[in-house]
Design a protein around this ligand. Sequence first.
Ligand code: C2E
Ligand code: CA
Ligand code: CA
Length: 523
Amino acid sequence: MGMIVWLLTFAVMLVALGTYGLFRVNATMGTEARAAGEQFLQLQRDIGSAFATVGRELTASPCSDAYHAQLRRIAYLPDGLSQFLHAPDGKVACALDKPSFDPAIDLGPPDIAQDGTNGYGALWIDRDLSFLGLEGTKGSILLAGTLAVVIPPHDYGFRPPDWMAVEAVLVSRDGRWWHRSGDAGIYERVVVTREDAGHFLSRLECDEAGLNCIAVEVDLLGLVDAQQGPVAILVLLAAMIAAAATYLFNRFLTYYWSFEARFCRYLDEESVVCMYQPVMALETGEITGCEVLARWRDIDDSIVFPDRFIEVIERRGLTKRFTEMVARRACTELSSQLPSGRRLQVNFNIFPRDLDSDHLTRIYAGFIAQPQRFDVVLEIIESDEIPANAQREIERLRRHGVKTYIDDFGTGYSNMQNVAALSVDGVKLDRAFAMAPDNSVMARMLRHAVDMIQATGRVMVVEGVETPERLTQLRAMQAKIDFVQGYLISRPLEIGAFAEFLKPEPVSLSERRAKAGFGIVAA
Ligand code: C2E
Ligand code: CA
Ligand code: CA
């Protein structure tokens, strides 16, 4: 799973970084194309200004001496244009250096005819200039009106990055084109054969007339090869971001599916299950009450025991909410399922930090309101420190008829102190004593623990009674044990089973006596 998340994130990051890279490359291509176009157009501007000067200054009659003198002045301007021709209708009658041609040199049909789009006129491209005495030289001839200018081969000075190729071309309306500068063949690939698939990225920028075009091409593989360092850093970055994403995803997943997250998300009164473990008066064998033990129904309907969720409840500060849910559920179930004539002492477990009489009397109001049916006992579990105001709260609770016990006596370090310092009504000996195997240290300590509780004068409950032998031992003790609780009497029961358990069995008196001797009588 982690691997898949990593791969996915890595791929997404690569695509994102790649897209960004392409975007940047494309932007650079645009910048380069515009820069190249700018240099390309500079020549046109020079020609334009040369013709403007000609228009102003060439006033003499064509091919006269004065005409040649005026032409020489114009040709002297530092714009690289030094050869002018008088060529009405493309027939050269005289040139700057040639007083006259007889007959006139016919340039023939122009490569790009005057169509008003280029602003000047007809254009003969790359013509042999030997008729001007320039043996072996080629140049283009641009005609405006009757005057033509010779444009010498020109280096436009393109300086694109290594991984980019730029070509300037002249394009005629009918689609013919002429290489002007830069890397020959790029325009052909970009426009004519459209070979921009694969690892080539191309771009074409033309002027408005579509005459001057700049073709730009980038070989992406070449670019990656040329930029190995930065590319490696980007790939590493993508891998690291993918690793971080995987880590966060895993943590989220672990948390999302963790018991704790599920418990917090789905905890409500409906999901709380109450179990009732019968409590028996040791002397009479009568079932006098029960301890309410909470369970939680997970989303898959499995039952979760308190050892898993009590700690979560405390850590997440859900104690008050949880205690209230248990109380409400138990109140609903016990009130509806037990015969109203059956008096019962109901023991609840509460967290020390919630020892607040106002809050607790509100939570258990349903029971407190039925004093003829229920006695409420709150067992203060040994989870955290008993608060300083405990004594006051215990007394207030007593005034409302609610009793308090110290739970799990003998296991926590503060227990003895608590029993001595607090006026609790009772003490519950931790089940570890009663459950201990015979002759174990714990079993030998049982008697002393019982004596200790006896000395405090509080009601005493021994829980964890699992065997008849242990029950007999408890009965035989000098100290007065009031109540016992344990699997021998009954495991915690659901409300239906608990109601059944409380029903007097239709048995003969002798059977009941025998049973009473064993210690269990449902009164
Ligand atoms: P606890 O208050 O000491 O409850 C007695 C535990 O001993 C119960 O475990 C009960 O099922 C078990 N038990 C009773 N008799 C025997 C026996 O003969 N043998 C053995 N082996 N076990 C016996 P459970 O229900 O798992 O509860 C564990 C603890 O969770 C409780 O210990 C109590 O501290 C806490 N708890 C349970 N319900 C609540 C609740 O509603 N509120 C609070 N705050 N704590 C609760
Ligand atoms: Ca308890
Ligand atoms: Ca206990």
